[in-house]
Design a protein around this ligand. Structure first.
Ligand SMILES: Nc1ncnc2c1ncn2[C@@H]1O[C@H](COP(=O)(O)OP(=O)(O)OP(=O)(O)O)[C@@H](O)[C@H]1O
Length: 259
């Protein structure tokens, strides 16, 4: 469960270029809920994710994860409870290491073990099982160096590595934005498979309105640092790309073409 209470963050306060990034933002995400966050450039989406991860210190307001107030908790302590996947598929994995070695690295990071324990048979079996969740055949490529994988396979591997420690919350920070449309769809399918199988509470930021329509339990729209709209249940099942675009106060050229 995630709760953001009246989060406020102002950059360059009192100066001519003052920017209100979060303006009393409040939202709740239930345990197991997959919320998709949309909003125009500068709406506060990254600031919100950074505030949740602790990278951004709020001026006021609170962040609660599973009921615990983590507002003042340092980033490294909060990191144990959070998983985050970023835009760049090259960042979440080590290119010159194999799929299995990458899984081991993630495993050791989340469980604070030493490298001495290495890749034993039970670990390899567990990694195969995890990778199979993605539906991309990575479980059969344990000995392949990651640099030989496609961008989509690599980003999906980043995702499964990030969630190895059973986090309370998964943050997807435009994790398909750097991929071509077909690959982005493949990664989204893999994401949904993993999120469903592992019952992860997930907050995904995207500029892809079709993904916001097709995936997740709710759509959360931010505007000028506030919650502008929340759509869930039957309303979410019926919503279209055109409906979502209609709620944007600022429309980009790409959106105007799509509507
Ligand atoms: N480190 C910073 N220093 C100064 N201003 C910032 C900083 N980070 C964000 N802002 C400002 O805060 C506002 C919200 O930015 P934020 O990056 O959170 O929006 P966003 O919704 O993620 O936008 P985008 O879709 O372009 O990534 C913007 O006006 C932005 O210029």
């Amino acid at each position: 469960m995630l709760e953001i209470r009246s989060a406020r963050k102002v950059f360059y306060k009192g100066q001519a270029d003052e920017k209100v990034a979060l303006d009393g933002l409040s939202l709740k995400l239930a345990t197991g809920e997959f919320g998709v966050v949309i909003g125009s450039n500068g709406a506060g989406k990254s600031s919100m994710l950074n505030a949740i991860s602790g990278a951004l210190v709020l001026d006021s307001g609170q962040i609660l994860i599973n009921g615990d107030d983590v507002t003042g908790m340092p980033v490294h302590k909060r990191a144990i409870r959070l998983a985050r996947v970023f835009q760049d598929p090259m960042k979440g994995t080590a290119a010159s290491m194999t799929v299995a070695e990458n899984m081991l690295l993630a495993d050791l990071r989340s469980k604070k073990r030493t490298l001495r324990q290495g890749l034993n048979a039970s670990r390899l079996a567990a990694y195969k099982e995890r990778l199979a969740l993605l539906g991309l055949g990575l479980e059969n490529r344990l000995d392949t160096r990651v640099e030989l994988l496609s961008g989509g396979q690599r980003q999906s591997l980043s995702l499964i590595m990030a969630v190895g420690g059973s986090p309370d919350l998964l943050l997807l920070d435009e994790h398909t934005a750097a991929l071509d449309p077909r690959t982005a769809d493949i990664v989204m399918q893999a994401t949904v498979r993993a999120v469903d199988a592992l019952k992860l509470t997930t907050l995904m930021v995207t500029h892809n309105m079709q993904h916001a329509v097709d995936f997740g339990h709710s759509v959360i729209m931010l505007d000028a640092g506030k919650l502008r709209l929340e759509i869930s249940g039957e309303e979410k099942a019926k919503v279209t790309v055109v409906d979502l675009i209609g709620h944007f106060s600022v429309k980009t050229d790409r959106m105007l073409l799509a509507s």
